[in-house]
Design a protein around this ligand. Structure first.
Ligand SMILES: O=C1O[C@H](COP(=O)(O)O)[C@@H](O)[C@H](O)[C@H]1O
Length: 250
């Protein structure tokens, strides 16, 4: 399936385009089930939503979950929840009852089980699998997405909805959505920026054999609604290869 690839010159244009899509999807639903990623990339998106989309999305009906969490306290600087709290939840006054955070401070194994149960209780299922309206993903420069890392490519086939994972370098424990849950979502959007990700973007979008090692390459929702929102730097290698390929064919 060919994803919808959108490339923007500036980060302002990039997050505005993704915010517009989020608003359009959210405004079609009575309750909007959204799963967000952590790391650094979503900060600008969250700030943009908090500043420019406070009134054009009814945030009272958005139920927010996390795609992954680092096993740290929610006050820890590496907590994905903390980042969202500062940049999205507090500025938009998202009601406590709509926030479903992963408890990174608890035992990872039990938390993966608890979170899966919560998702099953709260998010409506289609064919017995909970279906998020939108899953927002990032990608690391190693090709990981959520907390599914290249050294545990076997986790791609997990039949669970949530899993524990370990950062390959730091050994930090994580809780993460599995590919089964991600690929069951109605819409999945990657937000990827920066030159350090350009090689992986090119290999994944170009369907190169190397990409088989990158969890991000396995994101392929059954709905067919897959979007890649890229800035120029992240899209650079892919754009160059495409221009070259077209020139060779001509
Ligand atoms: O560790 C993580 O990394 C990815 C990518 O993060 P970024 O800082 O490069 O944007 C992120 O999507 C994931 O949620 C996070 O836990």
């Amino acid at each position: 399936m060919t994803p919808n690839i959108q490339i923007y010159d500036t980060s302002g244009e990039l997050v505005e385009a993704l915010s517009r899509q989020i608003a359009s999807l959210a405004n079609q639903k009575d309750i909007f089930y959204l799963a967000v990623s952590g790391g650094k990339t979503p900060v600008y998106l969250f700030d943009h939503l908090a500043t420019h989309y406070k009134d054009s999305i009814n945030w009272q009906k958005v139920k927010i979950f996390w795609v992954d969490e680092r096993c740290v306290a929610p006050t820890h600087e590496e907590s994905n929840f903390l980042m969202a709290q500062k940049h999205l939840l507090e500025p938009l006054a998202i009601p406590e009852s709509n926030i479903f955070r992963m408890h990174g401070e608890l035992d990872a194994y039990n938390e993966a089980i608890r979170y899966e149960r919560t998702i099953r209780e709260v998010v409506p299922s289609v064919n017995q699998v909970p279906q998020f309206d939108l899953v927002l993903l990032g990608m690391g420069s190693d090709g990981h997405t959520a907390s599914l890392f290249p050294d545990r490519i076997d986790l791609i086939d997990s039949d669970n909805l949530c899993t524990i994972a370990k950062h390959p370098q730091s050994g930090q424990l994580r809780v993460s959505f599995t590919m089964k849950l991600i690929n069951h979502a109605s819409h999945v959007a990657f937000l990827v920026t920066g030159a350090d990700k350009a090689t992986k973007v090119e290999e994944i979008l170009g369907e190169k054999p190397e990409a088989d090692m990158y969890p991000a390459a396995y994101v392929n929702p059954q709905s067919g609604n897959l979007y890649w929102y890229l800035d120029k730097a992240a899209a650079d290698d892919w754009e160059k290869k495409n221009i070259l390929a077209k020139a060779t064919r001509a």
